[in-house]
Ligand binder design. Structure first.
Ligand code: NDP
Length: 234
């Protein structure tokens, strides 16, 4: 039986690209999403990462239907942008709870079977802005920087059990998340990217596929940029 990979937010955007890549590589892929509806050809489970009970019930369902999860990709994320002075408590709480606490709770749940198996891959999808900073994204950048501390700490906790924990920091990828940015902001970002283009979601997925593979068995606690050079030096 092939390994089970769970990808949160795998119903669209970067998560979907990751799910499709992993499926093509032979994993049994389960997409974890709020609606529980899978894109064609993929399996899905209803799981809201901002809700601890939903993580527990979604994960339990995946284990009973597909088996223990050995590759966990914490990709689900949201933005609630705005300058800090005008940012509501809700915007702060929702972003931190979904992007950071959600990923941490998910990893805690996923570890149960990985520790027993003495094998596993946990991959956090962070962002270049976690290190670089981004005006108007104090909440989002904090959540993404938090994943670095969380990932490195967890890598130290579980390394002796052959479980790797890595953090991927994409630059600008054209998805629904970035579709709302105005043209001036997009042009400014593009001007700062040495490669002079945005990333394709599938390029991020290729990196995740490698980190999930046996070939990446000696990589843990790493923060790996895939940003066209935008964040270099951080
Ligand atoms: P999208 O907005 O296209 O997709 C976000 C995904 O996250 C959706 O599948 C969404 O599900 C899911 N999601 C949001 N909240 C929850 C929740 N509470 N529970 C479960 N799933 C949830 O984003 P991207 O594909 O662009 O981004 C994916 C990840 O990559 C995010 O973590 C993002 O921060 C990060 N990233 C994106 C970059 C970019 O330029 N696009 C750059 C750097 C990092 P639903 O359909 O239910 O809303």
């Amino acid at each position: 039986m092939s390994e089970v990979a769970l990808v949160t937010g795998g119903n669209r955007g970067i998560g979907l690209a990751i799910a499709l890549r992993l499926r093509a590589a032979g994993y049994q892929v389960v997409v974890a999403c709020r609606s529980g509806n899978a894109p064609a050809g993929l399996s899905a489970v209803e799981l809201d990462v901002s809700d601890a009970e939903s993580i527990e019930s979604g994960f339990t369902k995946v284990e009973s239907e597909f088996g223990a999860v050995s590759v966990l990709v914490a990709n689900a994320g949201i933005t609630r942008d705005g300058l800090l002075l005008r940012m509501s408590d809700e915007d702060i709480d929702e972003v931190l709870n979904t992007n950071l606490a959600g990923a941490i709770r998910l990893a805690r749940r996923g570890l149960r079977s990985m520790l027993k198996a003495r094998n596993g891959r946990i991959i956090f999808i962070s962002s270049v802005v976690g290190m670089l900073g981004s005006a108007g994204q104090v909440n989002y950048a904090a959540s993404k920087a938090g994943l670095v501390g969380a990932g490195r700490s967890l890598a130290r906790e579980v390394g002796s059990r052959s479980i790797t924990v890595n953090v991927v920091t994409p630059g600008f990828v054209e998805t629904d998340m970035t579709a709302d940015l105005d043209q001036d902001r997009k042009a400014a970002i593009l001007g700062a990217v040495p490669l002079g283009r945005y990333a394709q979601a599938d390029e991020v997925a290729a990196l995740v596929q490698f980190l999930a593979s046996q070939d990446a068995g000696y990589i843990t606690g790493a923060v790996i940029p895939i940003d066209g050079g935008l964040g270099m030096g951080h």
